[in-house]
Design a binder for this molecule. Structure first.
Ligand code: GDP
Length: 440
């Protein structure tokens, strides 16, 4: 998973807190040191880390916590909030308006992953039922239009560009005008990048911005830039009206923390992260979900989004979740549906507790899920519906019935418990009442 190492270290720090016999100033200092080290290793800037530590210290006043309250829980909650704050500028996200033409302009340095992300975003909206189109206004790089043509064909997306016109402003305006006339809902303009932030690039961007009057300007940045993220994003923001950010190449980049936190510090929200070269490798970025995933709490929101794609809205398990309940039967139904999604390694990472199991990558994830389904199939109706507790003796019998190791049965029950807690909102960052989410 994205930033897996950081996630493991943060989880370890919180585990140490849980296991400490007493909670005093020393415990907090040790926790803050461990969190600070973990963030610094993944490239988060020192000034942000210092600020975060200060915020946590200010929010957790041990001598003011009333007797009887769980200090560890309070500390965990504050840490959770501060981790979110690190990647969340707290401004509302831009949302396109259905039924009207929304013009989105992409900017960024060459090689950042602009053209790839343009196609991914067009495909993302197309899948959701919006009419989409791409305008290639990169007349600087030879082959840019061919790349758009090729990518757009893969996603069966309409596009516009020119092999002969050299003025990007003319191409951008012509393309946007054509698609606006056709009533296309999402019109994405891909602009050119340069190797460095040069004045010519910025001038060209400004002219295109004036010509097409975008509803949103998306700045695309490569995650490997690390701590330089803030400065680079600021340079772009000072030139055009950057509204949102996409960070690319978060797959396999253990140091993406610098880009994520640095960018958030500019005040522009990160809306998506790129997690691969394929059309569908674009994940919505939600700070709370991201931190939950990072800490191995799973990604219930993302999971429900995926589940909603394959499970009928009126299914009993979705209704149950909406009420904050989650039985083993819901788990069984959902795992069965998930298998229909095909390769599920990304999905497995959304399951609480599973994100930290490196052995579940690729096909292993599918096999694990099948094993879990076998186990769930061996439960009685009462056990599935939570009407009968599962005893030690039953665990052995279930394992035997499913042809699996008892340890796996325990593991599954443990995961179910975590799910249940998250869905019922019993952990910090849990989903609480899921009704809102499901009705979105
Ligand atoms: P542009 O110059 O900004 O338009 O960049 P491109 O879209 O041409 O991307 C540059 C390279 O990065 C290409 O080889 C892409 O396949 C690759 N790329 C883009 N986004 C991602 C991503 O999220 N993950 C990975 N692994 N590669 C990416």
């Amino acid at each position: 998973m994205v930033l897996a190492e950081l996630g493991n270290q943060l989880s370890a720090a919180l585990r140490n807190l849980n296991e400490s016999t007493i909670v005093n100033e020393d415990t907090i200092n040790t926790l803050l040191k461990e969190i600070g080290n973990a963030l610094s290793k993944s490239d988060v800037s020192m000034s942000l880390i210092i600020q975060m530590r200060k915020n946590i210290k200010e929010k957790v006043k041990l001598d003011q916590i009333a007797a009887g309250l769980n200090k560890r829980k309070i500390i965990r909650k504050v840490v959770f909030e501060e981790l979110i704050r690190l990647v969340d500028p707290g401004v509302p996200l831009w949302k396109p308006v259905k039924g009207k033409s929304n013009v989105v302009m992409f900017v960024g340095l060459q090689g950042a992953g602009k053209t790839t992300s343009v196609t991914k975003l067009a495909y993302y909206y197309k899948k959701k039922g919006w009419s989409t189109a791409i305008v290639c206004a990169d007349t600087f790089r030879a082959g840019a239009f061919d790349q758009v043509r090729h990518n757009a064909a893969k996603g069966k997306i309409q596009y516009y560009g020119s092999d002969t016109e050299k003025d990007p402003v003319v191409v951008a305006k012509a393309g946007v005008d054509i698609f606006k006339k056709e009533g296309t809902e999402i019109i994405i303009v891909d602009t050119s990048g340069r190797h460095k932030q040069d004045s010519e690039l910025f001038e060209e961007m400004k002219q295109i911005e004036t010509a097409v009057k975008p509803d949103n300007v998306i700045f695309v940045m490569d995650s490997s830039i690390g701590q330089a993220a803030y400065e680079q994003a600021t340079a772009f923001k000072n030139s055009v009206k950057v509204g949102s950010i996409i960070i690319t190449k978060m797959d396999g980049n253990s140091k993406g923390g610098g880009a994520l936190s640095g960018i958030a510090a500019t005040g522009s929200p990160i809306i998506f992260i790129g997690t691969g070269e394929h059309l569908t490798d674009l994940d919505l970025f939600d700070p709370e979900t991201f931190v939950n995933k990072l800490l191995g709490n799973g990604d219930i929101k993302g999971m429900l989004e995926k589940i909603k794609e394959v499970i009928p809205e009126d299914s009993s398990s979705l209704k149950e979740i909406a009420q904050g309940k989650f039985t083993l039967r819901s788990m069984q139904q959902q795992f069965q549906q998930i298998l229909q999604l095909g390769p599920i390694d990304k999905f497995v990472q959304m399951i609480p507790g599973m994100s930290q199991m490196p052995q579940l990558q690729g096909n292993e994830g599918n096999l694990k899920l099948k094993a879990y389904i076998n186990i769930l199939d061996s439960l009685s109706d009462k056990e599935l519906d939570g009407k009968k507790p599962i005893t030690q003796k039953r665990i052995l019998a279930i394992a035997q019935g499913a042809g699996r190791h008892p340890k796996e049965v325990l593991e599954l029950l443990e995961q179910h418990k975590m799910f249940e807690k998250l869905i019922g909102g019993k952990v910090p960052g849990g989903m609480g009442n899921m009704g809102n989410l499901l009705s979105k």
